[in-house]
Structure formats: structure tokens, C-alpha cells
Design a protein. Structure first.
Length: 175
């Protein structure tokens, strides 16, 4: 004889499915926002850490300037007059690189870094719209630069660099 499900059994299964979906769906819908936040954080940290490493490895001052559109950073070596090590004298014929150095092995030479879409800068944290903010990394590992506020997925974050170590710091701002 064929067994059929009773109405109570079917309603019980539907209730369990509804509870599981009620718990799981809110978490699943937050995943894209979390990915956007983590993607922006990773981008900022990787750009600024690379600049710090490049400054220490090359013995030159490196600057990361927010581009005019606010969608990325432009990385350049500082002008000689701002470079703390530019006054040091090198022996004739020396480039300042170690003899056994492999070009491009330590730090990749990239000058433009795009930020993920969805990153918006807080206008109040930008000092002067005509003069984009600059993070400067020195050969001794120290750094300077403004504290900037950015918004991703309706959450506000403070981007700063530790002045002594050059390490990027990002923390969420509570409203």
C-alpha cells in the first residue's frame, strides 16, 4: 500500500524550511556589501604597503597621490629636493643598487592603481579639491599624509598611515 504524507507533516516541513530561509537569507544578502568593503580595504592597504616597501627598498621617497577623479592613486618618486637621501654622495659609476640586485624583483614598478567601484571620498576629509592629498613614504620607513574618510556600502572608514612605521591603518567610523 502506498503511504501518503499528511497535512501536518507537509506543514511541519514547510515551517522548518521557512525558518532556515529566514536565518540564511539575511546573511547571504550581506555578502556583496561585505565583499565591497573588504575589496576597498585590501586595495588601500596593498597600494600603501607597496609604496612603503618601495621607499625602503629603493632608498628614495615615494609619494602616492589621489588622482583628480578620486578613483585611484598615482605613485611617483618624490622630487629630488624632497628626497631625504638625494644629498648623499654615491661612488662614481654606482647606481645605489646592490651589486647582486635583480631589477624589479623586490618591488614591482607600477605607477597607477585603480580603486574598486563604489568607493566615495568624504568631501570634508579632502583638504583642498584643487590639490589632491598625498601620502609620502620615506626610506627610513616613516610616512606622512592626511587622514581621509571614505564611504563603501554606506559605511564610513578612516584611512591613515602610521607616521612612525608607514603602516596603513583603516578603521570603521561609528555614526
Amino acid at each position: 500500500m502506498r503511504r501518503r504524507f499528511t497535512l501536518i507533516e507537509i506543514l511541519t516541513v514547510l515551517a522548518i524550511v521557512a525558518v532556515v530561509l529566514g536565518v540564511v537569507l539575511p546573511r547571504v544578502t550581506r555578502i556583496p556589501k561585505r565583499l565591497a568593503v573588504e575589496g576597498a580595504r585590501t586595495s588601500f592597504v596593498s597600494v600603501l604597503r607597496e609604496c612603503s616597501v618601495r621607499a625602503v627598498a629603493s632608498g628614495r621617497t615615494i609619494q602616492a597621490r589621489l588622482d583628480a577623479s578620486g578613483t585611484g592613486f598615482v605613485v611617483t618618486a618624490a622630487p629630488a629636493e624632497k628626497d631625504a637621501l638625494s644629498d648623499s654622495k654615491l661612488p662614481d659609476g654606482s647606481s645605489g643598487e646592490p651589486e647582486d640586485a635583480v631589477p624589479g624583483l623586490v618591488v614591482p614598478n607600477q605607477s597607477n592603481y585603480s580603486l574598486p567601484s563604489g568607493v566615495a571620498w568624504d568631501d570634508e576629509s579632502l583638504p583642498d579639491p584643487d590639490n589632491p592629498p598625498v601620502f609620502t613614504f620615506y626610506a627610513d620607513g616613516s610616512a606622512s599624509g592626511p587622514d581621509l574618510v571614505y564611504v563603501v556600502a554606506k559605511r564610513r572608514f578612516l584611512l591613515a598611515v602610521d607616521r612612525l612605521t608607514g603602516r596603513p591603518e583603516i578603521r570603521e567610523l561609528q555614526e
